[in-house]
Ligand binder design. Sequence first.
Ligand SMILES: Cc1ncc(COP(=O)(O)O)c(C=O)c1O
Length: 411
Amino acid sequence: MTATSTPPSKALANLDSLYSQIASPLPPVQFTGAAGARYNMGAGQPDPESLPKMELIETLEGIFSGPDGNAALMYGDAAGFIGLREVLTAKLKRWEGIDTNPAELLIVNGSNHGLAIVAQAFLNVGDTAICEAPTFMGGLRPLRQLQAKTHGIALDDDGMRIDLLESKLKELEDAGTPAKLVYTIPNFHNPAGVNLSLARRHRLAELADLHNFVILEDDAYGELRFSGDRIPAVYTMATPGRVVRSATLSKILSAGMRVGYLLAPEPVIARLNAMKLDGGASPFTNRLAAGYYARHGDGHVTSLIDVYRRKRDALVNGLEAAFAEIPHLKPVWRVPNGGFFLWMRLPEGIDPVRVAKEAGDRGVAYVGGPAFFPDGSGREYVRLAWSMLSEADLASAAHEIAASIRAAAAA
Ligand SMILES: Cc1ncc(COP(=O)(O)O)c(C=O)c1O
């Protein structure tokens, strides 16, 4: 450095002023949870034991030794490998009764990417958006990045309170700041575990027309239903173009592959594709996912349903047993019929920070409530992911959680 060059601190301050669009930079994405914890219940990671490594190796060998081998390692269609879009089109029909075609699908690098593209497409900086409270933090990120004025709508056993949504929509319209986007997680909600009821789905679809907003329907866990009947997607009951539906292979194949997909009418997909600034979907992972899913997908998902049902039961049974000894300290939870998460409210008067500290000392990592609320409230809640741990570890973790709450109560 010469004597006349700008000192590093000044240079950084100058640089900061260039980042004018983002008032305060968001922290980096953190989806691994506390990776070092003995009982990592922090992240919505798939079950490590169920990752189909051998089948993926075979699929890859087939790709590289076949006529499409080179294409997997070249640039490809930004919208995603057509073969994958065909496989997903057929899967949507089989699993969800959705009639579509490959032109209505956009492959994205995980559904987080899809959520961001949709938010960027429909919201300008400072626009108004609505989400559930609580909601998935990866859905909140793009809204924060866009500095959207984000309003949270409470949930109950039937998902988002549509009566509260309706009054909020009117209130925002009256204030001259109508909501442009409503983000919802209708199946096995992350973090709350609930499903949006059929009647509420219909009403949500109607409200989108009445109040002129777009619904971002985020279905990351829909296939992983342990019991009960499938509830049709909002996508199937709304005016075409009112809903962009997001889904992913992260929970049913591999989170590391980073393959998600958006579903919308073709002109909407074309515009969303144009929002991609990253070089497009990976020809490599797209072919791997397509080849694997075409041969093994449905059978694998069916086996995963059983795996995750047993994990849920291990956690819930473990908690029931552990809190039987201290019923006055038992948190409140609903038992979800699918997905990855148990959402619980700590008993009143217990310090959540103390519980987290006690849990950490016992090797248990989870995510505290405030991460899931647009206004940072919800400190009395805890989200436990059962997806990654073995059944035996879930039982042990349940006892450690009860011990942590007992210790926090005694402190
Ligand atoms: C509700 C919801 N949406 C989207 C995602 C993102 O998944 P991915 O980006 O891996 O597809 C997750 C992952 O935890 C999720 O829980």
